[in-house]
Design a protein. Structure first.
Length: 364
């Protein structure tokens, strides 16, 4: 990646160096579609959207290099023209999502349990650190990854390690076969079935359970998908309706999430619980939606935060306040050793604590 001589990058470098001289915290700005996620928004805005465009794309090599301010939809259209995609299905939430925000947030959509997350597809990155230095990590092929992979550590860092300028991503061909099935069953049976099916040679790519219905997506070679659909049974959902459902689930525009605004106004919270896929039903007051074969559970509830986090920990996971009152922090407290490692990494890349103070719940 060659961004060192780029005028847009130089403007960002100058802005970071000026902020460092003034000890002025910076808030890295893209499309703003994930401003609700995490902790407080603080600092002088640093807009990366002028740094946009696809720098290089080799469809035969399944690699694309793209600048951080590039609209996510622009990248997805370019990939679709070549019959390829970002298999982890990054959420948009609203118009304006950028590639840099996708990496910084590290969020994935319905296919996460089947294909991995954002960090699994980041091959390399160029960033500006807190000293205004341009640093590059990784490369454009998987074999270049060795030792501690800083480029992948950027995924989910919420911009606290530096200003992402450009990333190289692994992409995959769009699967030729795709079928969505519906089954009527309660939560306990849905969890049991998805865990049993996950251990079998089936082309499962996504699942979602809510309000007595389990929705299952099969994806892969057409023959394998057709055979799996015959074996599993259930009701086949029409393609257009199914695609609308999975997109709505990815971007949180479906019926379950339509309830959230009114629930939050009434004092509830929307929680995201990341737990062991095999964990049984979590006994908490409120309405649950389950994804990722049981590993991701959404909860709309007025339960006290401590009770929700204790329940998530009992299920070998953690809980995040997604929407609603974040008094006490959005994220589950880290174990002491992990917290020290995270702080040490932050200090190494941003010693003056310039970037996105408070987004991960730390003290600005």
């Amino acid at each position: 990646m060659n961004v060192v001589a780029d005028a847009a990058v130089q403007m960002l470098v100058d802005a970071v160096r000026d902020a460092a001289d003034r000890r002025q915290p910076l808030r890295i700005v893209g499309g703003g579609t994930k401003d609700f996620y995490g902790g407080a928004l603080r600092g002088e805005p640093l807009d990366v959207r002028p740094l946009a465009g696809i720098s290089a794309y080799e469809p035969t090599e399944l690699v694309v290099t793209v600048r951080a301010g590039t609209p996510l939809v622009e990248l997805e259209v370019a990939l679709a023209e070549q019959g390829q995609c970002l298999p982890f299905e990054p959420p948009h939430y609203a118009e304006g999502s950028t590639v840099g925000g996708m990496v910084a947030a590290g969020l994935a959509g319905p296919a996460r349990a089947a294909v991995g997350g954002v960090r699994d597809y980041v091959l390399g990155a160029t960033i500006i650190n807190g000293r205004g230095e341009i640093l590059s990590f990784g490369g454009q092929v998987m074999k270049n990854v060795a030792g501690y992979d800083i480029s992948r550590a950027l995924a989910g860092s919420m911009g606290q390690l530096g200003v992402v300028c450009e990333v190289s991503l692994k992409v995959l061909p769009v699967a030729p076969g795709r079928v969505t099935l519906r089954f009527d069953m309660d939560q306990a049976n849905a969890l049991r079935h998805v865990n049993e099916w996950a251990g079998q040679p089936l082309p499962l790519s996504a699942s979602a359970w809510w309000d007595g219905a389990l929705i299952l997506r099969l994806q892969g070679a057409q023959a394998a998908v057709a055979a799996a659909a015959r074996r599993l049974g259930g009701e086949t959902i029409a393609h257009g309706l199914a695609e609308g459902f999975w997109t709505g689930l990815r971007d949180q525009h479906d019926e379950y999430f339509d309830q959230v605004e009114a629930a939050v106004a009434a004092g509830s919270r929307l929680w995201r619980l990341s737990v062991a896929a095999t964990a049984p039903r979590i006994e908490l007051r409120g309405e649950q939606l389950i994804e990722w074969g049981g590993a991701q559970r959404w909860l709309i509830s007025d339960e006290p935060p401590g009770r929700v986090r204790d329940a998530a920990a009992d299920a070998l996971g953690h809980a995040t306040v997604w929407r609603g009152d974040k008094t006490g922090g959005a994220f589950h407290p880290l174990p002491p050793v992990q917290a020290r490692l995270q702080r040490a990494l932050k200090d190494a890349f941003d010693p003056l604590q310039l970037f996105n103070p408070g987004r991960l719940g730390d003290t600005p």
